[in-house]
Design a protein around this ligand. Structure first.
Ligand code: LMR
Length: 404
């Protein structure tokens, strides 16, 4: 039995965490997985989450019953509100079907499954994804029989956005194509369209009747401002671009292991939204039956209490600001101090958890092998892994890798 099952390669991101853990080098640095670390390189339980944990611990009314199939209602409705804003027409008109998911990955999966089954495909089942994108997007789409097709996004020459390539592919794709877009803090590049560019993207999407599949894993975490990071999604919703959004609270609430997220599908009418939700519920039942309670309870408390919500916003800003400061410090070290060959402005211009350094595979591998700095082979570093103690070591190691 199973004699013909081939060995699968390890996951390109989580294999780094495993290797880092067993490495005994005193100066090892983990810049692999996108998970926030404080200035001591330690995971950070947000103070607001600590507070809510204590509230939940004392609450004797809580039990361990199943949640409804579509999740904790006070979580899903508040999650929709923080994403789309209370003033959103779609929200007020009851046109959004929101379902609690196993974090962002589960939302992507449920979205892909729903599209595979119900989208009115114009030709083969294919979803356009940015080149590059989060490696898991491809796997998630393929798992449900959807072919991922690359659209140009990143321009290695400018280490920035290939905006004309992106617009060309939007214009030349068949009508009613599905485009997977990163709502903010593009993973892995940290390169986002500007507001004006998002408006142009929305123009073409409307002209061509395309469908926007938003992945929103970093709301608030990118700029420190929940509203600013939701502006692309809100703009598309206001313009009437047909869309869905996959939402995660892993990063912005530091709830990685709780797997708390949601899928929001915007419909044209309330009636359509009710029907969509009924189908999402059927799909969810056969996949996971009922989503997990704990993370949803934490987020429901934070999102529905104005005091806790303000505290959460402060915590988000603490994380975003620390990352922004690390970008500035790294830039100064490379340019002013080490005079590392090349241009490094992109490090401060990029946004969110990651920086696409521009290091090639050889340089990235050299960093790993010689300096014990763990990063993905595409040159992506998790900025959150840098801190006041290791940033100089990292900059010097990077300088050496660049000089070869
Ligand atoms: C990452 O890209 O490192 C994170 O989103 C974690 C993951 O699930 O891959």
């Amino acid at each position: 039995t199973w004699a013909s099952v081939p060995q699968a390669p390890p996951d390109s991101i989580f294999k780094l965490t495993a290797a880092y853990k067993t490495d005994t080098h005193p100066q090892k640095v983990n810049l692999g997985v996108g998970a926030y670390r404080d200035d001591n390189g330690k995971p950070w339980v947000l103070p607001v989450v600590q507070k809510v944990n204590e509230i939940l611990l004392k609450d004797t009314t809580l039990d361990h019953e199943y949640l409804p199939i579509t999740g904790l209602p006070e979580f899903t409705s508040a999650a929709a509100q923080v994403l789309f804003s209370a003033g959103s027409a779609a929200l007020k008109e009851g046109r959004i079907s929101s379902v609690q998911t196993i974090s962002g990955t589960g939302a992507n999966h449920l979205a892909a499954l729903f599209l595979a089954k119900f989208y009115q495909w114009n030709g083969p089942k294919q979803v356009f994804i940015s080149n590059p994108t989060w490696a898991n997007h491809k796997a998630i789409l393929k798992n449900v029989g959807i072919e991922p097709v690359d659209y140009p996004y990143y321009d290695p020459k400018t280490i920035g956005l290939d905006f004309s390539g992106l617009l060309n592919s939007l214009s030349s794709a068949p009508e009613r194509s599905v485009f997977l877009l990163h709502a903010c803090a593009h993973n892995p590049t940290g390169v986002d369209p500007t507001n004006e560019q998002w408006e142009k993207i929305a123009d073409v999407m409307l002209q061509k009747g395309h469908y926007a599949f938003f992945d929103c894993a970093y709301q608030g975490f990118a700029s420190g401002d929940l509203d600013r990071d939701a502006s692309a999604v809100r703009h598309f919703e206001q313009r009437g671009v047909p869309l869905l959004v996959c939402q995660s609270f892993a990063k912005n609430a530091g709830l990685y292991g709780e797997r708390v997220g949601a899928l929001h599908v915007v419909g044209a009418t309330h009636d359509a939204a009710v029907r969509v939700k009924s189908q999402l519920s059927v799909l969810q039942r056969s996949e996971i039956s009922n989503p997990p309670t704990y993370g949803a309870r934490i987020m429901a408390l934070i999102l529905n209490d104005s005091g806790l919500f303000e505290e959460w916003k402060r915590d988000i800003k603490t994380m975003a600001d620390r990352i922004i400061n690390m970008r500035k410090e790294l830039f100064v070290l490379l340019t002013d101090e080490l005079k590392t060959p090349g241009k490094w402005e992109h490090i401060v211009n990029q946004i969110g958890m990651f920086s696409f350094t521009g290091l090639n595979t050889t340089q990235s591998k050299a960093l790993l092998e010689k300096a014990h700095v763990y990063l993905t082979e595409n040159g992506r570093i998790s900025m959150a892994g840098l801190n006041s103690k290791n940033i100089r070591y990292f900059a010097e190691s990077m300088d050496q890798a660049v000089r070869g």
